[in-house]
Design a protein around this ligand. Sequence first.
Ligand code: GDP
Length: 298
Amino acid sequence: AARLKQGLTKTRQQFTKQIASLFGGGQIDEDLYEELETVLLTSDMGVEATTSLLKNVRDKVTLRDLKDPAALKGELKDALCELIQPLEQPLNVSTHHPFVIMMVGVNGAGKTTSIGKLTHYFQSQGKSVLLAAGDTFRAAAREQLLAWGDRNNVTVIAQDGGDPAAVAFDAIHAAKARGIDVVLVDTAGRLPTQLHLMEEIKKVKRVVTKAEPTAPHEILLVLDANTGQNAVQQVKAFDDALDLSGLILTKLDGTAKGGVIAAIAKVRPVPLRFIGVGEGLDDLRPFIANDFVNALFD
Ligand code: GDP
């Protein structure tokens, strides 16, 4: 919990301090609600989530006839918890064997780094992992994955240049032959507006299903928390194209925009499987709504 709090330092500085000053004294009036609205918006919760949280809090204040701003803080905390709770659905990879995960996202979101952290996470649960170097656009991405696999004793299936769908296909066959537990398929970074690249990723998905009819078992969109409201647009666009099953929100440690989680919960509630709170291998954590809210408020 201390590590999470530390990881959320910037969001906390923005949010927690403002909240504290807001609820420190005075009375519950329209000015207070307006200030609260500003705090929620500046922490990147977005208009929809902010409106819904404010309404929820106002209703409670009326219902319970609250007068003390300190009580309002408790109501806000509960309302936020209620809003983001549906995103808490930890990933269970025991349901299929091999369990095939496709990683998608825009360039620089933290896909490759997250693959490293996820591998470490699954290995620490005693599971074997195989990687597919499906980013065939950037030779450097393939090299990075191969080097990482070397250092950590993880097999990486790669091809010179070539077709990302073919790499994924080979990787799934190799995983079946070797009895591997989890396959992580890297893919090239792409913007949802790059239609040909979106067609390409849909093809990767179809070919994965050819290699293993129940797969992909998970399609994870990796998002950079720094992109704030733009992250919400990415969730919508990638979800429309691929039917996402989960999200990874990276770089929460470097941003004051942690409120984007509330925006995602309101606008497109795709399960938030993991949050990245630092560069270390251990800094990818399953998302626990209560822990997140507690770290923000205490
Ligand atoms: P990709 O293009 O999506 O594969 O992105 P990379 O995995 O190469 O990551 C881009 C940069 O973000 C690298 O410098 C990573 O170290 C950094 N990064 C990724 N996740 C996190 C995180 O949770 N916290 C921090 N501070 N940096 C991260």
